[in-house]
Design a protein around this ligand. Structure first.
Ligand code: SF4
Ligand code: SF4
Length: 368
């Protein structure tokens, strides 16, 4: 049997505007089935790094918050601190970035809570007994919440092919220790033949793990946190990782963390993917390149695996837009994520999530 995935597009009229359509989407998907009166409900999203503008528009959150409040529950909007320096590495800077990006109470009508505390150390250890991890270190406020609504921006991602619900949960809900554990499989190396010694990577590594020696980049492995930023930044593709070994382990580890996040949320979680401003890379970057396909719509489901599979299929069904970084696989039906990141075998995350019983890849797309 397949899972149900509900879909709305961006067509709208005065009688049926996007906010109304979003409300209908939540109702149809079963919001009232997963939330009870007086529940503390974590609405997990990505506030966007300062400089990025592709993250979910804050005004889209208000109807979601409003529907949660109608059930008598108490929503809060949350994300966990980042591993790298940036503008979201601790709670004060993270909250400042969120508010400056538009997630102010006046807009979203819910308080913001940083899920893993002041410095990313507020955590709960959740047993997952997986192939890669015995325990997942999850942000405490996510574990403590009674119910979870994941609201993810669906886009490309340099390490996972795409970033959707599984990434929003597995990586996005992990505390600092958990993020470090997942990234530990990613250890980049410099291809000396391609490195031109330009120094771009050294300026952008947030933990100062990169330096130049004899006009070649050198990585200090003890400092490197495996964030993958330098892979994107290098203009000459001189930063390489062992794609066939490191990436599958990274993806599977992220899925095990997703299992940890959902462990005490069975029947108490709902998942939403916004498929618009489909930028080629993560909202963690302080910039977003042009979207690779047109704005498609919003999908929601009680099954996170079906939701990400449907989102990937919807993106891949579209023709790639001109004048973007996507130059391969632009035709409708071609794999846009492979076009962006040919070495990343992104279906691994969905196959492993299905194997762990987090959901099904087979789905029925119900257009509202
Ligand atoms: S992956 Fe690259 S950018 Fe990230 S910490 Fe390691 S060397 Fe620095
Ligand atoms: S950005 Fe790339 S080419 Fe430039 S120094 Fe770093 S590794 Fe070498």
């Amino acid at each position: 049997m397949s899972s149900q995935v509900y879909f709305i597009d961006f067509r709208a009229s005065v009688q049926n505007n996007f906010i109304f359509k979003l409300t209908q989407l939540l109702k149809k998907t079963g919001l009232t089935r997963v939330i009870r009166k007086r529940d503390l409900v974590a609405v997990k999203l990505h506030f966007g790094e300062m400089g990025n503008t592709a993250f979910i528009r804050p005004v889209y959150l208000r109807p979601i918050i409003s529907e949660i409040k109608k059930t008598g529950a108490i929503p809060f909007i949350t994300d966990a601190n980042t591993l790298y320096a940036g503008t979201r590495a601790n709670a004060p800077e993270h909250l400042t970035t969120a508010i400056q990006n538009g997630f102010a109470y006046a807009v979203v009508e819910a308080p913001l809570v940083i899920a893993d505390g002041l410095r990313g150390k507020s955590e709960s250890s959740v047993p997952v007994n997986g192939k890669h991890f015995e325990n997942a270190y999850i942000s405490k406020e996510i574990v403590e919440a009674d119910a979870l609504i994941s609201v993810a921006h669906f886009k490309g991602h340099e390490l996972s092919g795409f970033g959707g619900t599984i990434k929003n949960l597995g990586m996005g809900c992990a505390c600092r220790k958990g993020k470090l554990a997942m990234h530990s499989t990613v250890s980049p190396q410099i291809d000396a033949e391609n490195c031109i010694g330009c120094g771009e990577c050294t300026e952008h590594c947030s933990v100062h793990a990169l330096s130049l020696k004899d006009e070649l980049a050198v990585i200090d492995e003890d400092r490197c946190i495996g964030c993958g930023e330098c892979i994107l930044i290098c203009p000459n593709k001189a930063v390489q990782i062992k794609w066939d070994q490191n990436v599958p382990a990274f993806l599977e580890g992220m899925v095990e963390y997703t299992a940890g996040v959902l462990k005490n949320k069975q029947g108490r979680s709902l998942f939403v993917n916004f498929i618009n401003s489909v930028s080629p890379a993560c909202d963690c970057h302080p910039a977003n390149d042009a979207p690779i396909v047109k704005d498609i719509g919003v999908v929601a489901s009680l099954d996170p695996v079906a939701l990400d599979q449907a989102s990937a299929d919807l993106v891949n069904a579209e023709p790639g837009l001109d004048n973007t970084i996507l130059t391969k696989n632009k035709e409708p039906g071609a794999d846009k994520f492979k076009g962006l990141y040919p070495h990343v075998d992104w279906p691994i995350q969905l196959a492993y999530a299905e194997k762990l019983g987090l959901g099904k890849r087979q789905y029925e797309l119900i257009k509202l």
